[in-house]
Design a protein around this ligand. Structure first.
Ligand code: FES
Ligand SMILES: [Fe+2]
Length: 352
């Protein structure tokens, strides 16, 4: 499934094909590190939070020893989801037939199993997944053999710290969720280029210098980053006063987005993953410096929501176009769209 030259896009059939999605679920979302939530969601021993990485249901748990764990949120009996939402409990009980698991994942009781036999409870604990943290951010990998999270993050933590953002000091504001009628890869590819910014994001482009000589693109193995300095004379509705000089927009393959806007210390982080071939879920957790003033916070959120709404329209239009089936593939500009090309190469290599 090689992609022709560097200037050709992926085959457009990959944006609609259920078989492509199944392969991505198996080789990408079923294996790689993905953002799963925040440590404050499971702060106390006994607290749990249901989440997911791609199509994989996950429950984050803070056990009695204060250790953060992640389990596949799937009952070993007949496969029901075990936990929904969040809460605090001393055990995790499946709502279907009340199989009950300890916070360490062990199966404690399976009603009637003593009377009937046939169930080896010691073999049937919740499947533990890899979970590691960077500051308040929890990442999960369904692959027990995944490398350390630090390798996956590359130098993103240092870049964000050196921009004046101390992730441990940030205050969580809100989670903004969206469902988009487009393939997840179209959403990722849209994030990875700012070629469209002058055309499609007038508000963003009034604040950030999106000209090709100022707006920097950088790709390493796993990380695709964009750096946007403020315009020499910003003329937008967003106040750039603060210690962060330049916007940083990182993407960690396969699906984690990390944004820092210029201005006061801030960060937004979240996943982009497929629900169906032509439907995508994403969210962003917004965090800001504890002393950030309320009017600036509202300005930041409104500014970002505007850009997000513009992007949703763009990617949904692309989906409509690529699903027409009469053209096999598109073209990429070698410089302005080189992060898109990088993502597509990583994707092809990972699926191979
Ligand atoms: S499926 Fe969970 S107890 Fe039956
Ligand atoms: Fe955009």
């Amino acid at each position: 499934m090689a992609v022709g030259g560097a200037t050709r896009t992926l085959p457009w059939s990959w944006y609609v094909d259920p078989a492509a999605l199944r392969l991505e679920q198996e080789r990408i979302f079923g294996r790689l590190w993905q953002y799963a939530g925040r440590t404050d969601e499971v702060a106390e021993p006994g607290s749990f939070r249901a989440t997911r990485v791609g199509h994989v249901p996950v429950v984050l748990v803070r056990d009695e020893e204060d250790e953060l764990r992640a389990f596949l949120n799937v009952c070993r009996h007949r496969g029901s989801i075990v936990c929904e939402g969040s809460g605090k409990r001393s055990t995790l009980q499946c709502p279907y037939h009340a199989w009950t698991y300890g916070l360490d994942g062990r199966l404690i009781t399976a009603p009637r199993s003593n009377r009937e036999g046939g169930i080896e409870t010691s073999d049937l604990g919740l499947l533990q997944l890899r979970a590691e943290t960077w500051g308040p951010f929890v990442f999960v990998s369904p692959d027990a053999d995944a490398g350390p999270l630090a390798d996956f993050l590359e130098d993103v933590p240092e870049r964000i710290a050196s921009a004046g953002v101390d992730v441990d000091a940030l205050r969580f504001l809100q989670r903004s969720e969206s469902e988009i009628r487009a393939n997840w890869k179209i959403c990722v590819e849209n994030f990875l280029e700012c070629y469209h910014c002058p055309v499609a994001h007038p508000g963003f482009s009034a604040v950030v210098d999106v000209s090709p000589d100022s707006y920097l693109l950088e790709a390493t193995t796993n990380r695709m980053s964009q750096y946007g300095p403020p315009r020499p004379e910003p003329r937008g509705a967003y106040d750039l006063t603060g210690e962060v000089e330049r916007g940083q927009f990182h993407f960690l393959f396969p699906n984690t987005v990390i944004n820092v806007m210029p201005g006061r210390p801030n960060l937004s982080i979240g996943p982009i993953f497929p629900l169906e071939p032509e439907r995508t879920y994403r969210h962003l957790d917004y965090l800001v410096a504890p002393d950030a003033p309320q009017d600036w916070i509202e300005e930041l959120l409104a500014f970002d929501a505007q850009v997000g709404a513009e992007d949703t329209r763009l990617v949904e239009r692309v989906q409509e176009g690529v699903r027409s089936g009469l053209i096999d593939e598109g073209r990429l500009l070698p410089e302005s769209e080189r992060l898109v090309a990088h993502f597509q190469t990583l994707l092809v290599d990972t699926l191979a």
